[in-house]
Design a protein around this ligand. Structure first.
Ligand code: UDP
Ligand code: MG
Length: 134
């Protein structure tokens, strides 16, 4: 493995429910570094670009409405194998299936509001960092 950068963001429910500090602490405890960090609203354009692969799916419109519904915490996180590491810390997409000890398992309840986003590959990370930090 090598040092990678990944894009991750605490979604509106994670910010609203007061989980910013605990999530960042988990990243730091795992040995990851926070390279960039910003609290901001996601624009409609950024939302559509980030979730392009899901366009046309039944949950797509709700996902765009949800991710633009309030401020998020946008981050670039780096370290050895950072892409997979963040995905492991996040847990399964549906909080109902996410293991205890994972971010989604501990702080999420329903699929629509699953606390956190993380890039699924190095290529996705590069693309997403470009969308959210330009
Ligand atoms: N999502 C949803 N319903 C679904 C599948 C996905 O609302 O049936 C939302 C959920 O917020 C998820 C996002 O769409 O995080 C992107 O889905 P993906 O399958 O890429 O999951 P992730 O990579 O976030 O684990
Ligand atoms: Mg995904």
């Amino acid at each position: 493995m090598s040092v990678e950068q990944t894009y991750t963001m605490i979604k509106p429910d994670g910010v609203r429910n007061g989980h910013i500090g605990q999530i960042i602490t988990r990243f730091e405890n795992a040995g990851l570094s926070i390279d960039r960090l910003e609290l901001a609203d996601v624009t409609e354009e950024q939302a559509r670009a980030n979730y392009k692969e899901h366009e046309g799916k039944p949950f797509y419109d709700g996902l765009i409405t949800y991710i633009t519904s309030g401020p998020v915490v946008k981050m670039v996180v780096s370290g050895e194998g950072a892409v997979a590491k963040v995905r492991t810390l996040m847990g399964a997409t549906n909080p109902a299936d996410a293991a205890p000890g994972t971010i989604r398992g501990d702080f999420g309840l329903i699929m629509d509001e699953n606390v956190i986003h993380g890039s699924d590959s190095v290529a996705s990370a590069e693309r997403e960092i470009g969308i959210f930090f330009n």
